[in-house]
Design a protein around this ligand. Structure first.
Ligand code: SF4
Length: 450
């Protein structure tokens, strides 16, 4: 292990390692923004850093292990480590392996990280000489950005420990969220990805209080927020939309083109018995009716969801109900996890645990079934002209982009060839020639913006 002392350089240097989900990424961006605002330099290697901050994930056992490995690596390579993020809420777990870490703070604790930095790496220069752009420091490519609207969650799904790690729902003030979105758009962001633990609950904790935006009163509520974001002239994509009844209000905004016709609604299961055991909404018939009515009102809607196979007590009959639901719902984008117990989750105490081999076998059957459905759904794009946001140019002279149906990192792509003169972050119109299981390919037919 390296036993490093702070360098004699006039600018103290901070290394940063970030793990976890988009919500953790937004925490990292906030911390880095503050770090730069206070005059620290952010460096990209262990060698050049005076202190390394490790932003951890604690969602499932494999994420905990990955986080502990990252802390171990930072200690071995640098020696001076501050830990933050979800695993920070379980400080004992970190300290039992790495008692030498300098400090530990919990999730979304920017102030705690800064306090630890002030203590272990005091500034040596005037913070007012540091310039940070108004949109803050972004870790995503320049043309898209995650916009976190709240922290925590009021639900108590039995498989999840996020509420115990991040607490109950706390919505960010509406004006603050819209101000951040405006700065991002002014800085060139073309797609805003709205995230939280529970996007449709936005404002519940403040009783949908009235905020202000550009001198106009506006309620702190998902629909009002989505409409205001939709007027900024960029793509707006909504993630983690818990299936409350008022989600129906978003569909007209999608049909109008104000927000992308894309809904990421985690449904988790389709057996009412298992949904009850998960403490999730259990009216599956109603869910199917709503999906049909959403599609009737917005035929271009892309529906994304996630499910868990092999939850404790799941029988073959329950699982069959889930497969039947898939056939009926015809979802576009789906992820399925084999159930994995998370330390501290109440589901661990449920009887009739499903053997690991059965969980994995069901997950594989689920994905096999869904893959056919997803592939069939994508066929509807063949021959159509789609608006595509260019993400990268390939060495072969093509480009990779995404349509409204594709969120970055988790969905498919649109391969475009040739792509001479393309710019990353521009919108192009692409005629789709071919649809694969998850991806599309085609050629450009027109400029629709830049
Ligand atoms: S709604 Fe999501 S974050 Fe909240 S408890 Fe359920 S799974 Fe966890």
């Amino acid at each position: 292990m390296v036993n490093r002392q702070p360098s004699a350089s006039s600018v103290p240097r901070v290394g940063f390692v970030s793990l976890g989900c988009p919500k953790a990424l937004v925490d990292a961006e906030r911390i880095l923004t503050q770090v730069r605002a206070e005059g620290y330099e952010v460096v990209g290697d262990y060698e050049g850093a005076d202190v390394v901050v490790v932003n951890t994930c604690g969602f499932i056992e494999s994420a905990i292990e990955e986080s502990l490995d990252a802390i171990g690596e930072a200690l071995a390579e640098n020696g001076r480590v501050i830990v933050t993020g979800c695993l920070g809420a379980q400080a004992g777990k970190i300290l039992s392996t790495y008692p030498q870490v300098l400090a530990i703070t919990g999730p979304h604790d920017q102030a705690g990280v800064m306090q630890a930095l002030h203590e272990h790496l005091p500034q040596r220069h005037d913070p007012f000489t540091s310039l940070v752009p108004p949109q803050g420091i972004k870790l995503t490519p320049a043309h898209y950005a995650y916009l976190k609207i709240s922290e925590g969650c009021n639900h108590r799904c039995t498989f999840c420990i996020i509420p115990s790690l991040r607490g109950d729902l706390v919505s960010r003030p509406l004006g603050e969220v819209l101000q951040e979105a405006e700065h991002l758009v002014q800085a060139g962001v073309r797609e805003l990805l709205v995230i939280s633990q529970d996007t449709s609950a936005y404002g519940v904790d403040v009783r949908y209080r009235t905020g202000f935006w550009q001198g106009r009163p506006l309620r702190t509520r998902m629909t009002e927020l989505a409409r205001a974001l939709g007027q900024m002239g960029v793509w707006v994509r909504l993630h983690y939309v818990y299936p409350y009844p008022h989600v129906d209000e978003l569909i007209p905004l999608m049909a109008e083109g104000l927000v992308l016709p894309y809904l990421d609604v985690p449904l988790q299961h389709a057996s009412p018995r298992i949904l009850r055991a998960m403490k999730r909404p259990g009216d599956v018939e109603r869910t199917l009716e709503r999906i049909q009515s959403w599609r009737r009102d917005c035929p271009d809607l892309t529906l994304r969801s996630t499910f868990i196979a092999g939850f404790p007590g799941e029988t073959e009959e329950d699982f069959q109900q889930l497969l039947d639901f898939l056939e009926e719902a015809q979802l576009d984008r789906v992820g399925c996890f084999a159930y994995s117990p998370v330390e501290g989750a109440t589901a661990n105490a449920l009887p009739d645990s499903v053997p690991v081999v059965v969980r994995e076998e069901r997950q594989a059957r689920f994905m096999e079934r869904q893959e056919k459905i997803s592939a069939q759904r994508l066929q509807r794009f063949v021959g159509r002209d789609c608006q595509v946001l260019v993400d990268e140019l390939t060495p072969e002279g093509g480009a990779v982009g995404r349509s409204a149906a594709d969120a970055p990192e988790i969905d498919g792509i649109v391969a475009i060839a040739p792509a001479a003169g393309f710019k990353v972050g521009e919108f192009v119109t692409v005629r789709i020639e071919e649809a694969m299981a998850h991806d599309l390919s085609g050629f450009r037919v027109d400029h629709v913006g830049s």
